[in-house]
Design a protein around this ligand. Structure first.
Ligand code: FBP
Ligand code: MG
Ligand code: MG
Length: 340
């Protein structure tokens, strides 16, 4: 069992033992994400003092107006991946297409691709509410030494090698998995080092928190409406508490610690759901399952969904096992709602 004062660097090196033919490439990659996270954290912390709040000029591929911090965080992670030549390609929420890391000294020779949501919870940036970064790592499927292709990114979530998030909140944490459980590290602001603070994180089997934007209630599928009615009934252990921060990372983090469910279903405003399969739902689903929770699209396992587009959206239900099972029992009463 790891000591609480174990640093992330020590933990990464020690965990290499899980990979038979390790070259250290994955460790270097996670270390680079750690570095980029610290740079972004520094900027987030002084937001309001520097010109980093508010809208940037562009509308991104999602049709959303980019925030300055979206652009800043995206640049930091892209530069870190490019300068360190540790991946052969990166796909980002803020980039129209995937970015190949060709290199005079061999980006194509790298075996990993990264998919990233550089700044999650953009609507909360200007109001000093916690935001995050989400990342997902795959082993490429095209031959090493050749330019990266779209198929290297369009892989099922079950193929992820590692996934995690950084939460820029009351404290800054990096939480990740390589398929051997979920561990959380807190940044010591004084020393600038991440220390193991939340070893072996697990979702409680059940909980009493539900997270959903009820503002869209009238547009939700009937199964979701029925489940919300169930959550709000007056019984011994209900009504549950409604908690919705509006940053997926923050709502997920709280629910993983306290027990709860996060739902972003389809709605007439978002007929396919809002969240992006590749760099929001797959990494969070991998963490959820590694922490004994469930992550689905309301009907089937998120990690089994075959991706078809870089920026595709899916409905997202994730959290404590018995709560996701319960919402499924309602969704299954309306099988037609599955064919969105
Ligand atoms: O404002 P809404 O529609 O409830 O959406 C909030 C959801 O959208 C997101 O902000 C989408 O992520 P981005 O901020 O990375 O675009 C999630 O973090 C959050 O859970
Ligand atoms: Mg996001
Ligand atoms: Mg984002």
């Amino acid at each position: 069992m790891f000591q609480k004062n174990t640093t992330l660097g020590e933990f990464i090196i020690d965990k290499q033992k899980h990979f038979k033919y390790t070259t250290g490439e994955l460790s270097r990659l996670i270390n680079s994400i750690r570095l980029a996270a610290k740079v972004v954290n520094h900027e987030v912390n002084k937001a309001g003092l520097v010109d980093i709040l508010g809208n940037a000029s562009d509308i991104n591929i999602q049709g959303e107006r980019q925030q300055k911090l979206d652009v800043y965080a995206n640049n930091i992670f892209m530069q870190t991946m490019t300068n360190r030549q540790i991946v052969c390609g990166v796909a980002s929420e803020e980039e129209d297409d995937f970015v190949s890391i060709h290199s005079k000294n061999g980006g194509d020779n790298n075996k990993y691709v990264v998919l990233i949501d550089p700044l999650d919870g953009s609507s909360n940036i200007d109001v000093n509410v916690s935001v995050g970064t989400i990342f997902s790592i795959y082993h490429r499927v095209t031959p090493v030494g050749t330019p990266v292709q779209l198929e290297d990114f369009l892989q099922k979530g079950t193929k992820q090698v590692a996934a995690g998030y950084i939460i820029y909140g009351t404290s800054t944490m990096l939480v990740y998995t390589t398929g051997h459980g979920v561990n959380g590290f807190t940044l010591s602001p004084a020393i600038g080092t991440f220390y193991l603070s939340h070893p072996d994180m697990k979702f409680p089997e059940t909980g009493s928190i539900y997270s959903i934007n009820e503002g869209y209630y009238s547009h939700f599928p009937q199964g979701v409406k029925d489940y919300l009615k169930y959550c709000q009934e007056d019984t011994e252990d209900r009504p549950y508490s409604a908690r919705y921060i509006g940053s997926l990372v923050s709502d997920f983090h709280r629910n993983m610690i306290k027990g709860g469910i996060y739902i972003y279903p389809t709605s007439s405003k978002a007929p396919k759901g809002k969240l992006r399969l590749l760099y929001e739902c797959n990494p969070i689903a991998f963490l959820t399952e590694q922490a004994n929770g469930l992550a689905t699209d309301g009907y089937k396992r998120i990690l089994e969904i075959e991706p078809t587009e870089l920026h595709q959206r899916v409905p997202f239900f994730c959290g404590s096992k018995s709560m996701v099972d319960k919402v499924h029992s309602y969704m299954n009463q309306y099988p037609d709602d599955e064919n969105y």
